[in-house]
Ligand binder design. Structure first.
Ligand code: BTN
Length: 318
């Protein structure tokens, strides 16, 4: 009901009579008043003037499910949203929900995380109301070895979203760091529940630095606010990201991995460069030549030998 009340208030910039809203929604004036109080408690600035009605002055910068769902128009992504002021990690909850049969596309969102985690045992700094911290539960009909494609797809979706909403060029450092001006702005963590030849579900975790101030970030990291020189609406950004993920997921289903890899190449910062990739206590150095259809990075060593790596930590040498 609160979504529908907000819909009315957002469409109309003038005062809307309480009688009219209540009648259209089939609720009592008293019921409407109660919902308006709840919305005010959430931070919506709604002015009530006798004989004129209600007017929405401003909305809070919160990723409430009702804000994200408003005008999202996706088919399966984020049809179900779990929103929290804080969580230890959205990954933990999403993995639990996956086991409990949460539907394909279920979204877990937190305004902050106390134990946000990154790849290779690292942590993800998740200050409150500054970034986007999400986990998405997907149930693709693929084998476990194809799951890296979902990470590539997510990285592409993040770059497209940044370009489309903020107008900035972001690039991907293989396998899944998104950078602007060589500084990390977003990271992706993919976890999976699978059997030998069948994926039960995948959880894609995305952390994106949005309105972090420069002084709160380490030297190798940046935020959209720092890069754009102004605060960015997390709501519009997140909505666009969810739409992009859905479109690219459908592209993967319809056209196959090659379509995603082609897009990925356009955003790649790694291909064509000399790299050192650290993996399983080893490292390999050489020229990053291409990305394979399974998401692996093809490296030409100085000996001329080609080698493929599937995951690791990449350093761009020059
Ligand atoms: C990385 O770059 O190492 C991956 C970072 C992934 C961070 C996100 S934030 C939302 C989700 N919950 C987590 O605990 N981690 C991921």
């Amino acid at each position: 009901m609160k979504e529908r009340i907000l819909d009315y208030l957002k469409k109309e910039h003038e005062y809307l009579s309480g009688d009219e809203i209540a009648a259209r929604l089939g609720i009592s004036r008293q019921g409407l008043w109660k919902h308006i109080q709840d919305l005010k408690d959430l931070g919506y600035d709604i002015v009530a003037v006798p004989h004129l009605g209600y007017r929405l002055e401003s909305s809070p910068d919160r990723l409430f499910a009702l804000e994200i769902a408003h005008g999202l128009n996706t088919k399966f992504i984020a049809k179900k949203i779990h929103y929290f002021d804080y969580l230890a990690s959205t990954m933990d909850l999403a993995m639990q929900l996956g086991i409990q049969a949460a539907s394909h596309g279920t979204l877990v969102l937190a305004e902050s995380q106390t134990k946000g985690r990154g790849r290779l045992g690292r942590s993800w700094f998740s200050p409150k109301y500054k970034g986007i911290y999400l986990s998405l539960i997907l149930r693709p009909n693929i084998s476990p070895s194809d799951s890296p494609m979902l990470t590539l797809l997510s990285a592409v979706s993040i770059c497209e979203t940044i370009k489309n909403t903020v107008g900035l060029d972001a690039q991907i450092k293989w396998p899944n760091d998104v950078l602007i001006c060589n500084k990390k702005i977003s990271g992706i963590l993919t976890e999976m529940n699978a059997e030998v030849d069948k994926v039960n579900f995948v959880v894609i975790g995305i952390g994106l630095n949005v309105n972090n101030d420069k002084k709160s970030l380490i030297a190798q990291a940046t935020s959209l606010k720092e890069q754009a020189g102004q605060p960015i609406s997390r709501i519009l950004l997140l909505q666009e990201l969810l739409r992009r993920i859905e479109n690219n997921y459908s592209l993967l289903e319809d056209k196959g991995a090659q379509a995603i890899i082609d897009k990925w190449r356009n955003f790649s910062l790694t291909l064509g460069r000399r790299v050192k990739v650290y993996y399983q206590d080893k490292h390999i150095e050489g020229q990053a030549v291409d990305i394979d259809k399974d998401g692996g990075l093809l490296i030409r060593k100085d000996s001329g030998l080609m080698q493929k790596v599937f995951s690791g930590d990449t350093m761009h040498c020059r």
